[in-house]
Design a protein around this ligand. Sequence first.
Ligand code: BG6
Length: 491
Amino acid sequence: PETGSLSIVVLGASGDLAKKKTFPALFHLYLQGFLPPDEVHIFGYARTKISDDELRNRLRGYLVPKKGASPQQLEDVEKFLQLIKYVSGSYDSEDGFRLLDKEISEHEYLKNSVEGLSRRLFYLALPPSVYPSVCKMIKTCCMNKSDLGGWTRVVVEKPFGKDLESAEELSTEIGKLFEEPQIYRIDHYLGKELVQNLLVLRFANRFFLPLWNRDNIDNVQIVFREDFGTDGRGGYFDQYGIIRDIIQNHLLQVLCLVAMEKPVSLRPEHIRDEKVKVLESVLPINDDEVVLGQYEGYKDDPTVPDESNTPTFATVVLRIHNERWEGVPFILKAGKALNSRKAEIRVQFKDVPGDIFKCKKQGRNECVIRLQPSEAIYMKLTVKQPGLEMSTVQSELDLSYGQRYQGVTIPEAYERLILDTIRGDQQHFVRRDELKASWQIFTPLLHRIDEGEFKPLPYKPGSRGPAEADQLLEKAGYVQTHGYIWIPPTL
Ligand code: BG6
């Protein structure tokens, strides 16, 4: 592994994302020894004029365990906070960034005794409107000093644009300043344990190899549900809507991993090549295969305009035009303010041919990958009902992580992805052509929604969403299993 000084700069340090995700992820990496204090320094950068200690005070509450922190835990938090320095400045003028560079260089000078490597990681926890100017400032003022060796990398968060054109514009602007290997477009779903498991599950198991295709699979659902509304984020959310917030990025990335062919190897470029092929094979979305919803009360949020047409719920069927998937609907569904919180992939198989057990009554085979909560992979199947009768029942083979991997802490998505950026592994990051292809799929629909041509249906908060979405699901071929429910095992 590389050694030498490592400077991690969190831009937008006092924002929500930084406080809730970026700094806690850095803290966990620190606790596990991935950020050795003799090499690492962390810089917070933002416009607000506050002192180092004020930033530390703001962050502390997000790092200290909520209940019953031990003296050791409190001490760890304090030690970590001491690694953080704050620099204030604007996002579009050189003064602040020159100051930042000075601070980084001083730290490098102090820590860089041996081989003098200079590693600089810039994490943009910022709205995309300032990406181009911030990238320009980094490029002008803060690059690693070449005579020391090392690298400069930038991590950018979604939303990467609002449609194909704006995304391409953003990519071009950033592309003028940094090479693709320096740009890490983060999609935190790619850091989730069960999303990362998809490759292994699909390509390291004989079980799945022959079944994973149109001959056996009837339909695939990729579902994201939240049981709360936009909760104070209405202003941001209303400009984007559920398709841009969840479907075009998180769910589509998952779709790629479910649908792609086996990559030549695990090299990032090989994996991303296959993902792009899937995206490029997606057919234009058919209007009859879209249901949009907006929960009642969404517009009560003072930051949301009264006439908002923004969907907080969407079901969209995608069709992949290739040899493996022709005719198999991929149903992407996401909603806020629904009756439950979960994310899962549900692969439903076709009916058993020449059925002698009336299996139809029991329901179809399904392979469900529960991303969260209660991470699990379970396979629904028909078995003999235990007892004297020769009757059948729906049951499951269940790999529930909480039970199977007791005592193992599943790392947070951000933690894993930040570690990847330090290690220079882009496997779980979105490449420019991938981003472009993903916008290509949704842009026509998004434009029509923006222009008010496609209106969301109202639904009750705490419900399943509009009833039309369930009808669409049925029309697409999904058959619900009645009388069966998977219950995560209790420990
Ligand atoms: C974010 C969205 O990207 O993902 C949020 O902007 C959403 O609206 C969040 O709540 C969900 O992430 P997770 O990891 O809780 O499923």
